[in-house]
Design a protein around this ligand. Structure first.
Ligand code: SAM
Length: 283
């Protein structure tokens, strides 16, 4: 399971604070998170909720730029401690599936890269709709791992790696393209979708974005990079083999790319990682 599913039970929970800090320094993340905040249409003095707030970087910006009250929820105590250290005071350690707020008590809410990690994403989105007042806005942002590509010579390997990541490493790796439909079925109005594309050129940055450096820590037997499984018809004649991730991924060491079955995935270094930003009015 991905480390963000349960940060506090990871071998080094604070390292996940570092992961978010590194990403929040990247121009791509800064730009789309700015857009998420704009889409909330914050009004001074009102109350906004960040679900799965992580280190609270975006919550701090919303509070300071718009003079609003920001409430945050994260299931991780480690993240709540990080948020408090950064000056956020209204941080609840709570589960996105059961928000500790009354119906219609929040003026707007967002969940940024949170829904992808949830056991029951539809229930959690329903919770967002429950606590946001009529006319308030809900914004969801998640990567859509079904729309990613790797520019490496072995495209069969690239597809297997990406499918492995979408289907096995994340609970809801491809849910982003269903956000709008889920919001619509909850009766929310004016649902819009904005795609964003992340282009990664630096090999080490690409390894980090893909999370490759943590793959060799996985040992669940069902988490296999299955050779042949996702290949085209020409490949089907090859014998089916499978390999445990632990054996397939080789750490690159400091400053060097990670290898998967001997391939440097980022050799030519282009990845397109679209993610959806969805906004909806409450009914
Ligand atoms: C990828 S991080 C994103 C953090 C932040 N939204 C950001 O954009 O930087 C996902 C966050 O969701 C939190 N999370 C995971 N499962 C959760 C749950 N069931 N309820 C609340 N938060 C959860 C994790 O602890 C983590 O902080």
């Amino acid at each position: 399971m991905h480390g963000f599913t349960d940060v506090d039970r990871q071998p080094d929970p604070k390292s996940w604070v570092g992961v978010l800090d590194r990403l929040s320094g990247e121009p791509f993340y800064q730009a789309y998170q700015q857009r998420v905040r704009e889409l909330l249409r914050p009004s001074p003095g009102r109350r906004y909720l960040d679900v799965g707030a992580g280190t609270g970087a975006s919550a701090v910006r919303l509070r300071d730029d718009h003079d609003v009250t920001v409430l945050t929820v994260d299931r991780s105590l480690t993240m709540a401690v990080a948020m408090r250290a950064r000056g956020l005071t209204r941080c609840a350690v709570a589960d996105a599936h059961r928000l500790p707020f009354l119906d219609d008590s929040i003026d707007g809410a967002w969940a940024d890269r949170t829904v992808q990690h949830l056991a029951d994403p539809r229930a959690a989105i329903r919770e967002l709709a429950r606590v946001v007042r009529p006319g308030g806005r809900i914004v969801l942002a998640d990567p859509d791992y079904d729309t990613q590509v790797l520019d490496i010579a072995d495209q069969d390997l690239a597809r297997r790696v990406l499918r492995f990541r979408a289907d096995c490493l994340l609970r809801n790796g491809t849910l982003a393209h269903q956000h709008a439909g889920i919001l619509a079925t909850l009766g929310l109005a004016e649902v819009t979708v904005e795609p964003r594309t992340l282009l990664v050129r630096n090999p080490n940055a690409a390894d980090n974005v893909l999370g490759l450096r943590s793959w060799d820590l996985l040992d669940a037997p069902e988490r296999r990079l299955q050779l042949g499984r996702y290949g085209g018809s020409a490949r089907r004649t090859r014998p089916r083999r499978s390999s445990r991730v632990r054996g397939a991924v080789r750490r690159g060491g400091r400053g060097r790319p990670v290898r998967v079955r001997g391939h440097v995935l980022s050799h030519r270094g282009h990845r397109l990682l679209p993610r959806a930003v969805v906004v909806a009015h409450h009914r």
